[in-house]
Design a protein around this ligand. Structure first.
Ligand code: 5GP
Length: 208
């Protein structure tokens, strides 16, 4: 059985990665990895769904036993991708999406170079500021920090395979979904397996 594909989605905070990913998993047969974080939950966030909200000690325990595929310190908190769940799904042939920051994505790129890296961009910095402010969970200082960080993050765009501007949510989801479908049509080992199968089948087909 061929392995599932690993999609890594990054982009500035509030560019809309989370919403895009939620829509993708509704529409497609693909799993979203749930990260662990030491950040406190925002209103509406559910433990075990949005994130696994853990203490610093719990996070360090997983980190020290090598339980993260990647982890990073982002805006004053730790975030990490639990390794076992992702590897298990990929081995079972399931596609998995990681919605993670650039530092984490660069770690995944080293250990999992076959991953497909997608960068989500906001239509403008003004729109990004509006979206961060609308969330209402960040102080003015935190908003400015996230905007400054956004500018640094976009300089990593050349490390990614695809870039999608999220001006209109439906259009952005459609583009990401097209990327996922296209990646399944890439010529990789599974195509050679198919050709081997054709070779075996051809004689019986000819006889009919
Ligand atoms: P937020 O606090 O807004 O949910 O997320 C802040 C940033 O952390 C976002 O850029 C998000 O993509 C990133 N992030 C979420 N989970 C992970 C993870 O498991 N690993 C890494 N490296 N970044 C993550």
């Amino acid at each position: 059985m061929s392995k599932g594909l690993l999609f890594v989605i990054s982009g500035p905070s509030a560019a809309g990665k989370g919403t895009i990913c939620k829509n993708i998993i509704k529409e497609m047969d693909i799993d979203l990895s749930i990260s662990m974080t030491t950040r406190k939950p925002r209103p509406n966030e559910v433990d075990g769904k949005s994130y696994f909200f853990v203490t610093q000690e719990e996070f360090d325990e997983v980190k020290n036993r090598g339980g993260f595929l990647e982890y990073a310190y982002v805006f004053g908190n730790y975030y990490g991708t639990p390794k076992d769940m992702v590897i298990e799904k990929l081995n079972k042939g399931r596609d998995v999406i990681l919605e993670i920051d650039i530092q984490g994505a660069m770690q995944v790129k080293k250990t999992y170079p076959n991953g497909i890296f997608i960068f989500i961009l906001p239509p403008s910095m003004e729109e990004l500021r509006k979206r961060i402010t609308r969330r209402g969970s960040e102080s003015l200082e935190a908003i400015n920090e996230r905007l400054g960080e956004a500018l640094k993050e976009v300089s990593y765009i050349d490390k990614y395979d695809y870039c999608v501007v999220n001006e209109n949510l439906e259009e952005a989801v459609d583009r990401v979904s097209s990327i996922i479908k296209a990646e399944h049509s890439r010529v990789t080992e599974h195509v050679y397996e198919l050709i081997e199968k054709y070779k075996k089948e051809i004689e019986s087909v000819k006889e009919e």
